[in-house]
Design a binder for this molecule. Structure first.
Ligand SMILES: [Zn+2]
Length: 467
């Protein structure tokens, strides 16, 4: 099967130009002006942009809170209609099991044969026994070259102390494992949350009060010190505030390899969303908490100026009617609400409408943050770029489309959308996954199980960039 996409405006992380793309089988074979190839299908993309399929390096399909699980890979077609063709899922190490074993088991049971876009995995170390630390380099051989630790969440089984973070950094460096941290001070949050609840301040809004900026900034700085001590690079996931950003910038400018991402909801949603009437604020409970306008401004500047190098969704599909209501009623508080919000489908819509169309993001930066950089960070060598030899993950984007973001046209399988009612400019009109057309006219038309596991290679860009 071959496809020739003609006369589009091709967007890459460096430039944009009018041209054609020739896809043969699963790969991009050629790019250029007036390509002379004959193809089984010819698409005229005049007036459309062509960009690489997105790589969302931060999704949660396996997360469980108090025995209640989020929506899984059976909803991964939501990524496809949003122009994302590769997902990287965080898999918690199961108690008593190894890091690789935990991912292998999850992958066989819940991803292989189900996923509708390509996928890869990050390990999450939850049980840092000596033999688990010794196992870290094996992640690289298994194709899982990244590992996250949760510095937040005191008392939960997945919380990681500083010694676990330091040991992971030291051991991970041997094999080119990129260590990632959820940076929030677990103790500060625990003290504040208990105090607020004792005072009867239990509404969703107090989630943000219990997780102030200083808790994120402190943990970010501490993680940077740990990385300095280990002589290892560090990747900070979901950076949300100016102060944490400053820590990353300072360390980076001193020559340390410290990198970070932010997520689409931190760019357009606000602490005030947590104060919506009734219990509606629970829809916006995610961690770190949503911030105020000054932080959003700082984050837009940071992504445009390369101080942060990826924008992910941190998609976490807990529904409102039941799961978010675990924090509702007598004796319950914000601290009982499962953390996380869905966002898989709308990452590109949010970044285009509120970034590119409002002049906050150039198109080249959008492509880099949405696809190219996250592929490199995670060692996905065939993903995230429109170039010969790369996987033919291609989005034809119609900038003239106008719509409204809503749960009504959403495939995430969740009963709400945090961006409900937001204006949407442009959409992924046609999407190819390794040469297969899986979205046409904005509608998903692929098959269950067409997604494929993509092994990551160690020594991603956190090891190679910046020095
Ligand atoms: Zn997350």
């Amino acid at each position: 099967m071959s496809v020739l996409i003609k006369n589009g405006t091709i967007l890459t992380a460096e430039e944009e130009f009018e041209g054609d793309i020739f896809i043969k089988g699963e790969k991009i074979e050629a790019l250029g002006k007036k390509l002379p190839f004959k193809a089984d299908e010819v698409i005229d993309a005049k007036g459309k942009y062509i960009l690489p399929g997105g790589v969302d390096q931060h999704v949660h399909f396996s997360f469980t809170y108090k025995g209640s699980k989020v929506r899984g890979f059976e909803t991964s077609n939501a990524a496809a209609v949003g122009g994302t063709t590769t997902l990287i899922e965080f898999v918690n190490q199961e108690q008593g099991k190894g890091l690789v074993e935990s991912i292998d088991e999850y992958r066989k049971k819940d991803a292989d044969g189900i996923a509708m876009v390509d996928y890869s995995f990050h390990s999450v170390m939850t049980d840092p026994r000596d033999e688990v630390i010794d196992e870290i380099p094996k992640l690289a051989e298994a194709g899982y070259p990244t590992m996250k630790l949760f510095m937040a969440y005191k008392g939960m089984f997945f919380h990681a102390d500083d010694d676990a973070v330091l040991k992971a950094l030291i051991k991970g460096k041997e094999a080119g494992i990129t260590v990632m941290v959820h940076a929030e001070n677990a103790h500060m949050i625990d003290v504040l949350a208990k105090k607020l609840v004792a005072e009867g301040k239990t509404d969703p809004y107090y989630h943000a009060v219990s997780r102030p900026v200083i808790a994120e900034a402190e943990a970010t700085r501490r993680a940077i010190y740990l990385a300095e001590l280990a002589g290892a690079p560090l990747y900070v996931v979901h950076v949300t505030c100016k102060e944490a950003l400053e820590e990353i910038k300072n360390a980076y400018s001193k020559g340390q390899r410290i990198f970070g991402e932010t997520c689409s909801h931190y760019l357009v949603l606000d602490t005030e969303d947590l104060a919506r009437p009734g219990f509606e604020g629970a829809k916006y409970v995610c961690s770190p908490a949503l911030r105020t306008e000054e932080h959003r401004k700082a984050l837009w500047e940071a992504v445009e100026r390369k101080w942060l190098n990826a924008i992910s969704s941190d998609h976490c599909g807990f529904d409102y009617a039941e799961q978010k209501h675990m924090g509702y009623g007598e004796g319950k508080s914000f601290a009982d609400i499962p953390n996380g919000a869905p966002g898989l489908q709308n990452r590109l819509n949010v970044l285009w409408t509120y970034g590119v169309c409002e002049g906050k993001l150039t198109k080249a930066r959008l492509v880099d943050l949405f696809a190219t950089a996250p592929a490199k960070i995670n060692g996905l060598g065939t993903k995230g770029q429109l170039a010969p030899g790369f996987d033919a993950d291609v989005v034809i984007f119609d900038p003239e489309y106008k719509g409204t973001i809503s749960v009504q046209n959403n495939l995430e399988g969740v009963d709400y959308c945090p961006f409900e009612g937001f204006e949407q400019k442009g959409r992924a009109e046609t999407v190819f996954l390794r040469g297969m057309k899986i979205v046409s006219e904005g509608n998903y038309q692929g098959k269950k199980g067409q997604g494929r596991f993509i092994a990551g290679r160690p020594f991603g860009t956190a090891y190679t960039e910046g020095k």
